[in-house]
Write a protein that binds this ligand. Structure first.
Ligand code: PMP
Length: 427
């Protein structure tokens, strides 16, 4: 590890608009620990990020001082919980550029958000022979909900191809959009390759050729780049709190107001009705129509604080820092002929987020992960819930290192030394 930057150096970086990563790391208590006798290098951010003290404190403050059920009681604690919960909705709405707070539905995460769209938007509209168009790089969360709804309706799933370099083939995608296409669902950023898809271009393709809804899986985008759903031109945008430095068990769906208003509920229960009799029930308006039961109140409040935390640092600065980590990694990986970096072709067409999917000659990804773990380096090995993508790329699994705002150049160097150790053992 290099010596900590001097105060003067940190001030220079701050003035130049760079993240003060050293100070930032001090906000994440979990990072300051040893694993197997080495300081922890946490490079599994695409699976789940860590939380800053401010988020942990907001959740614990809720439980310690004012927690009660929201939207229920008239007593002071319930009113405070309701106000904080709804304030969090407002913060999340502004964070992604939603026109109205009511366009944000709190869910358990991306998976639930996508299932909600599949069941409430698509299911009533799909007819036998209709098509849901996905891409070959989707996470299972953006495949299986569509397969379920297709089985229920007689519609079918199709997948737009990617290039060998891991870019979405937009021309081929255009050829697959037709009058039977009812939904086009794409990842904003691939969790396995880091490919950043041009969602605005996809939305334009769709609008020119069909009246299909454009659904975006934003799980890997919101922690790493500024997202503005209006500018993207999509209809739905799904994301998870635990990947954006917020609590687990909370996420959101942004949906166009007029579409949400036209959709039946996904779950039934308390808090989503105006009147219930045994004969029939009248549902309340969005977003509450889609939030049956007691919501995840403290996690939602924590998500609001995570959003403020991201905004206080600035998504542009975060992105610049993570891109610098990516370049630093690629420069060194290019010198290792025994490591193949999937989906990072020299001069590739689309930008990449800071995700590295590696195939190491002679070493199974799980063995490599174990050796890296022994050196305190946390990465993920496997198919990354993207089996069709792995099949397309002709590999069963990869080693994935995924970066977050608090990672450092020294940690990249630790990863590279760790890979050398893998090579030494399996070489
Ligand atoms: N989509 C993508 C691209 C993801 O990376 C993930 C999480 N790995 C999901 C969807 C599912 O998110 P969650 O498990 O939080 O619902």
């Amino acid at each position: 590890m290099t010596a900590p930057a001097s105060l003067a150096e940190r001030e220079r970086l701050a003035a130049a608009g760079a993240l003060d990563v050293e100070r930032l790391r001090a906000s994440f208590p979990i990072l300051d620990q040893e694993v197997h006798g080495h300081s922890l290098v946490y490079l599994d951010n695409a699976a789940s990020s860590q939380r800053p003290e401010a988020v942990i404190e907001a959740v614990s403050d809720c439980y310690r001082t004012y927690y009660a059920n929201a939207h229920r009681g008239v007593h002071a604690l319930s009113e405070r919980s309701t106000d904080e919960y709804e304030a969090a909705r407002g913060k999340v709405a502004r964070f992604v550029g939603a026109g109205k707070d009511s366009e944000i539905v709190f869910t358990r995460g991306t998976t639930e958000s996508l299932n909600l769209v599949a069941q409430s938007y698509a299911r009533p509209r799909l007819l036998p022979g209709d098509e849901v168009l996905l891409t070959e790089m989707e996470h299972h969360s953006n495949i299986v909900p569509w397969q379920l709804v297709c089985e229920q309706t007689g519609a079918r799933v199709r997948a737009a191809p990617i290039t060998d370099g891991g870019d979405l083939d937009l021309a081929a995608m255009a050829g697959l959009i037709g009058e039977r296409t009812r939904v086009v669902a794409v990842a904003h950023v691939s969790n396995a390759l880091g490919t950043v898809n041009d969602v605005a271009a996809v939305a334009r393709l769709v609008r020119d050729r069909s009246d299909a809804a454009v659904v975006v899986d934003g799980a890997q985008a919101v922690p790493h780049m500024q997202v503005d759903v209006s500018a993207l031109g999509c209809d739905f945008y799904a994301f998870s709190g635990h990947k954006m430095y917020g609590p687990g068990g909370i996420g959101a769906l942004w949906g166009r107001g007029e579409l949400l208003a036209s959709m039946p509920p996904y779950h039934g229960g308390g808090a989503m009705i105006t009147r219930v009799t045994f004969e029939r029930t009248e549902y309340t308006v969005p977003p509450h129509r889609f939030e049956a039961g007691t919501p995840s109140i403290a996690p939602a409040i924590g998500l609001g604080v995570a959003v403020e935390f991201l905004e206080s640092l600035g998504l542009e600065r975060i992105e610049r820092h993570e891109q610098a980590l990516l370049s630093h990694s690629l420069e060194q990986l290019n010198d290792l002929p025994w490591v193949q970096v999937l989906g990072q072709p020299p001069g590739g067409e689309s930008p990449r987020a800071a995700v590295l999917s590696l195939v190491i000659d002679g070493a199974h990804p799980h063995d490599a992960a174990t050796i890296l773990d022994e050196q305190g380096i946390a990465i993920r090995a496997g198919h990354h819930c993207a089996q069709p993508l792995m099949e397309r790329l002709g590999v069963p699994a990869t080693v994935r290192a995924s970066f977050g705002m608090y990672n450092t150049h020294e940690e990249v160097d630790r990863l590279i030394s760790g890979l050398h150790e893998v090579r030494r053992i399996f070489g």
